[in-house]
Design a protein around this ligand. Structure first.
Ligand code: NAD
Length: 469
């Protein structure tokens, strides 16, 4: 990574490259680019028989729309630069995906693997209280979600902490998304980011000119995919594409090394092994390579970094073989690597679009929470009755009955998961099409990342102009 600019500098340079395409007043460009502020907090918690002081951050990048939205990550090396960079990405991601939120992000410097559930409960609640006290968690202003090292359990603890402090707030549960379904969460949130990656790649492969630009053809079927990080995002993306699209997951890279199998790895079984043993080594029937990082350079059709930022740098960008890099993680390709990969004709589907599935479904969860009703509750039975009536009408006039498989598709009313997946698919498709339109509109925009940033900046500038700065 030596020589690569910092994560935040990299995001700012990507922003500058896109802003140069647009003819905005300089002050407006600055307002869109610069983060609003960042809150740093230190607090003590009794853990492992002693007192430990933890450091955390919540950065708010843009409040052009409220609430601001962005995950909270728990990781041993998280720092302010990273949290600010991720908050900026959230602003642009929400704009690209047409989610009416501003951008934010939180981070706590902690290694969850060092603490049991009871300690993590105490640490999470204390961090939440610190953020709530300063207005950095609120259903109307700032709504966190899961990220690296956090999931539904941590979100349930945060929601409960907020509710304790504001029992009169009827929308209290909307203070955080990614909650368990029994605690106000929405079906399909856990899988959302990975599914979004799958839906986005399906859309990419619907555009043959884009596919041939990457030197590929056809669709996802038979494509050889390397995935880095079999966590929430990587697992759901890999499983969806291998089970439903016929793609082959030829390598999975984790912390302790990588598994390789040209015939395709069984994603569920690998995930089970990882959960049980804490690493990939020892998984039967596949080759294990201890130097996992080197497998990023493996021969494949699609490389999906889905672990963490700054994995493809100027050090290894020249050796990446994959013609298509799908950025499921945030910031996996540094600014310097981005330029090298571009020069080498590699196509990158950028993070600000590709991993938007999480925030899209978080938006649906927030809507569910403030409307206090599950999706599909009112209309599911009505749709079923109408489907039955349509079938009867068809069969009355024809001499053949409708086959059973088709019958159940016509008759079934959509439940919450159906609606969430359909809304996610639609949003990802429309966002990709909007990015393509930008590439067509501006001659100087010759990559998807710049196009996505231009799209975001145009939309945010429009919002500021309309509301008056
Ligand atoms: P996670 O903690 O569930 O999974 C991360 C996985 O990466 C883990 O299995 C971990 O062991 C592995 N990993 C960590 N360091 C590694 C390394 N050096 N090499 C290989 N593997 C490594 O996290 P997640 O929620 O899946 O997030 C992954 C990425 O996706 C992050 O960049 C995050 O910001 C981004 N993201 C997540 C969401 C979401 O909804 N969870 C949404 C948008 C973006």
């Amino acid at each position: 990574m030596a020589g690569d600019v910092s994560f935040l500098d990299g995001v700012n340079r990507m922003f500058d490259r896109a802003a140069a395409v647009l003819d905005l007043e300089p002050g407006l460009t600055e307002q869109i680019k610069l983060g609003k502020g960042v809150y740093q907090v230190r607090f003590p918690v009794r853990v492992n028989g002693g007192i430990r002081v933890f450091t955390g951050w919540r950065a708010v990048h843009s409040e052009h729309r409220l609430p601001t939205k962005g995950g909270i990550r728990f990781a041993p090396f998280v720092d302010q630069d990273e949290v600010e960079a991720l908050a900026a990405l959230m602003t642009f991601k929400c704009a690209v995906a047409n989610v009416p939120f501003g951008g934010a992000k939180g981070g706590l410097r902690v290694d969850p693997r060092e603490h049991g559930d009871e300690e993590m409960d105490r640490i999470t609640r204390r961090f939440a209280r610190e953020l709530i006290a300063k207005g950095f968690i609120s259903p109307a202003l700032n709504v966190p979600a899961p990220d690296m090292g956090t999931g539904a359990q941590e979100m349930a603890w945060i929601a409960d902490t907020y509710r304790e402090q504001f029992p009169n707030d009827i929308n209290a549960i909307a203070c955080v998304t990614g909650k368990p379904p029994t605690q106000g969460g929405v079906s399909g949130r856990v899988e959302a980011t990975g599914r979004g990656v799958q839906f986005a790649l399906r859309e990419f492969f619907r555009h043959s000119t884009d596919v041939s630009e990457a030197g590929l053809d056809g669709d996802l079927a038979g494509k050889r995919i390397v995935v880095q990080g079999l966590g929430n995002v990587g697992f759901h993306a890999a499983r969806g594409m291998s089970e439903e699209d016929g793609a082959r997951i030829v390598a999975i890279i984790e912390r302790d090394g990588a598994l390789i199998d040209d015939k395709g790895l069984p994603v569920d079984a690998v995930a089970e092994h990882l959960a049980r043993h804490g690493g990939l080594e020892g998984f039967p029937g596949a080759r294990f390579v201890a130097d996992g990082r080197s497998v990023l350079e493996a021969d494949c059709d699609i490389l999906i970094p889905a672990a963490l930022e700054r994995q493809i740098t100027q050090e290894n960008a020249g050796r990446i073989c994959a013609p298509l890099i799908a950025e499921a993680a945030n910031g996996p390709v540094t600014w310097d690597a981005d330029r090298i990969l571009k020069q080498r004709g590699r196509v990158m589907i950028p993070d600000v679009f590709l991993n938007a599935g999480g925030v899209i479904v978080s938006y649906f969860e927030w809507i569910k929470n403030i409307s206090h009703i599950r999706f599909g509750r009112i209309d599911r039975r009505f749709d079923e009755t109408r489907g039955e009536a349509m079938l009867s009408a068809l069969e009355m006039n024809g001499d053949r009955s409708v086959p059973d498989a088709l019958r159940s598709r016509i008759v079934r009313g959509a439940d919450e998961l159906d609606l969430i997946r359909s809304g996610l698919d639609d949003t990802m498709r429309l966002a990709y099409q909007a990015i393509r339109e930008i590439r067509q509109r501006y001659d100087e925009v010759d990559d998807l990342r710049t196009a996505a940033y231009v799209l975001a900046i145009e939309k945010i500038a429009g919002t500021y102009r309309e509301m008056g700065l």
